[in-house]
Design a protein around this ligand. Structure first.
Ligand SMILES: C[S@@+](CC[C@H](N)C(=O)[O-])C[C@H]1O[C@@H](n2cnc3c(N)ncnc32)[C@H](O)[C@@H]1O
Length: 237
């Protein structure tokens, strides 16, 4: 971490991100509910719906973390084949404990090098991953590669609102309140500075849609939620 920037340089980012989530794993779910005012599970339901899984379909939940999207997918589609992958095993260990019947295979892997053959899944999704990768286009290209033609790639991520008033409120929330909530859960100051600054540095929804298209996804659409602070993007393979 540089002394001047709250964001790690690209070559240090993967290890920084992994350490941050390994440290936060046990508190992650509680922190999520609190920071999103209990809305996060609703957004995960929308992610799964946007995947358009058919009966018996297959879904790769990239950066599954504590597996809330993967579990939601099995709730909506009990006969689906759902795999969770992430490079932080401490996060997936919490997810495994929430799946006592072992319905979800958890695979430790980097989202930029998914260990699956081409055309393996009917859909791939990610929740709150893309801000954390060093190459967003490459992460989408990997998901496109492992999804079958006609399948979907779905992305949920925090975004900055476009309207001036909400932009100011968002700024105050993210830069003043979020670090305090994070500080309550963690002693890692770098981690709670990282969340607002990585959000500020992340492409806005139209630019993210362009990146998805450049990564080979078609018919890209998006919607924003929670007063323009969450974006749900969908692309087709
Ligand atoms: C904010 S959590 C989101 C977890 C989960 N998707 C959710 O909805 O709560 C971000 C997750 O992305 C994972 N992650 C970040 N960069 C990654 C990468 N390059 N490859 C694999 N996982 C990554 C982290 O380990 C962490 O579990």
């Amino acid at each position: 971490m540089s002394a001047h920037s709250p964001l790690p340089p690209p070559e240090e980012k993967p290890i920084f991100v992994r350490n941050m989530f390994a440290d936060a794993a046990r508190r992650y779910d509680r922190m999520n509910r609190l920071m999103t005012l209990g809305q996060d599970q609703r957004w995960r339901r929308l992610v799964v719906q946007a995947c358009h899984l058919s009966p018996g379909g297959s879904l790769l939940d990239v950066a599954t973390g504590t597996a809330d999207i993967a579990l939601e997918a099995l709730k909506q589609h009990p006969d689906a084949r759902v795999i969770g992958t992430d490079f932080t095993h401490e996060m997936m260990r919490i997810g495994q404990a929430k799946d006592p019947d072992g319905r979800i295979p958890f695979v430790e892997a980097d989202a930029l090098r998914l260990p699956f053959p081409d055309n393996s899944f009917d859909a791939a999704c990610s929740g709150f991953l893309m801000r954390n990768v060093t190459d967003v286009a490459a992460a989408f290209a990997e998901q496109r590669r492992v999804v079958k033609p006609g399948g979907r790639v779905v992305c949920l991520e925090i975004t900055r609102p476009a309207t001036p008033v909400w932009r100011d409120i968002f700024h105050i929330y993210f830069f003043k309140l979020v670090p305090r909530i994070s500080a309550f859960f963690s002693s890692n100051k770098d981690a709670y500075d990282y969340l607002p600054h990585s959000t500020l540095a992340f492409p806005r929804p139209p630019q993210l849609a362009e990146i998805m298209q450049a990564a080979g996804l078609k018919n890209v659409t998006w919607r924003t939620m929670m007063l323009g602070t969450m974006a749900l993007h969908v692309g087709e393979v």
